[in-house]
Write a protein that binds this ligand. Structure first.
Ligand code: MRU
Length: 361
């Protein structure tokens, strides 16, 4: 894995090994997925999480379904039926991140481009596709990092929310990719890590990644971010995204919107770092994003212990929408979209990749 010592997603001998991120940082254990149904469970129960990481897992989930068809000697027609069911099960495993649908639609296009393929050829073709999706994600994250590092001043204090790091992606990370790239460039930075209630992806996972790499980091409670900004301690904010609408509105971990409002008030740049696979041109604005609502228990219990009186209701939205007008720029592998809007977002897809050019100067 890129920039983390743990191979958090690994495809070995026809099985998908996923790091159980629910146990971090204190326990390193893996879930071995042998069927697409195991992958659906791993995504739903958040063994694996982060938009690009669940997209990659879904791509391998489809391969597992093709493997099941192969082991049962299914005809190619029956294999295609099973793959259709597997795709819709995987797409339905979490509703907000577009990367799940993005990955299954890649598999669907492969199938329609290879209409004569046998079950064996389907398995091999989809396996190659999933490996490519995985490798491309890491390389796109490096490009996002490279494109974003110019936005990070020397000695910057950066605030981030949730985990948009190596573990949320194929490797390297999006928001943390920008931070990593700045550090690799020799910039001295420090990071404020929002703990990110209720599942504590910041405290458990982002802090873990930053400590592993020796990047100076300070953990804060989510509700102290405003005070810390008002005290002039934050130079910029960078977060990831689960889905970006055609107009630039961005869905990300609950609490992101409040940070963006605070950033606007305090005149602090607010950046969203995400690959093009996170942009969903089929929806015109964030209002069309389905926001996942998770169990009340995630709020009323911490580490298995009840923290609220029995009978209290809890409302547990997992994501929120930050309107494009609050976003200073979206950092993608194809470049930085400043003051994002519909035209600039559509345009970024037509931009070539300038990364290699810049690296061979
Ligand atoms: O509920 P999670 O942990 O899957 O939420 C993850 C986030 O909100 C990330 O910021 C987002 O997926 C981007 S990861 C590069």
């Amino acid at each position: 894995m890129s920039n983390n010592s743990i191979e958090h997603i690994a495809w070995r001998e026809g099985k998908l090994h996923l790091l159980d991120q629910r146990l971090l940082p204190h326990k390193i254990a893996f879930k071995v997925c042998e069927s697409h149904r195991d992958v659906v469970t791993a995504i739903k129960e958040m063994y694996v999480r982060g938009a690009p990481a669940i997209g990659i897992s879904a791509a391998f989930g489809i391969v597992l379904a093709a493997g099941e068809a192969l082991s049962k000697s299914f005809s190619s027609g029956k294999t295609r039926e099973l793959l259709k069911t597997a795709s819709s099960d995987l797409e339905g495993s979490r509703p907000t991140a577009v990367n799940l649908k993005w990955a299954t639609s890649k598999a669907k296009s492969w199938l329609s481009d290879n209409i004569e393929a046998s079950t064996e050829e389907i398995y091999t073709g989809l396996e190659m596709l999933a490996r490519d999706i995985f490798a491309d994600d890491i390389s796109n994250n490096r490009k996002i990092g490279f494109n974003g590092l110019k936005l990070v001043p020397q000695n910057a204090a950066i605030l981030t929310h949730c985990n948009a790091g190596a573990l949320a992606t194929g490797g390297y990370g999006t928001a943390l990719g920008v931070i990593r790239a700045a550090v690799e460039e020799g910039k001295k930075v420090s990071v404020f890590v929002d703990e990110t209630r209720p599942l504590l992806q910041g405290a458990r996972i982002t802090a873990f990644e930053l400590i592993e790499e020796g990047i100076p980091a300070t953990l804060i409670t989510d509700n102290s971010a405003g005070y810390i900004m008002s005290a002039g301690k934050v130079d910029l904010i960078v977060v990831g995204a689960d889905r970006i609408a055609a107009n630039g509105d961005a869905a990300n971990k609950i609490g992101t919107y409040s940070l963006a409002v605070l950033a606007k008030y305090h005149g602090i740049p607010f950046y969203v770092a995400a690959p093009l696979s996170t942009i969903d041109l089929s929806i015109s604005s964030g209002a069309e994003v389905v926001i996942e609502e998770r169990s009340e228990n995630e709020i009323t219990f911490i580490g298995g212990n009840s923290i609220a009186p029995e009978g209290i209701k809890a409302l547990n939205y997992a994501f929120d929408i930050t309107p494009a007008e609050l976003i200073t720029a979206i950092i993608t592998e194809n470049g930085v979209i400043e003051k994002p809007d519909k035209v600039k977002i559509a345009d970024i897809f037509t931009k070539g990749d300038t990364f290699l050019e810049k690296h061979t100067d």
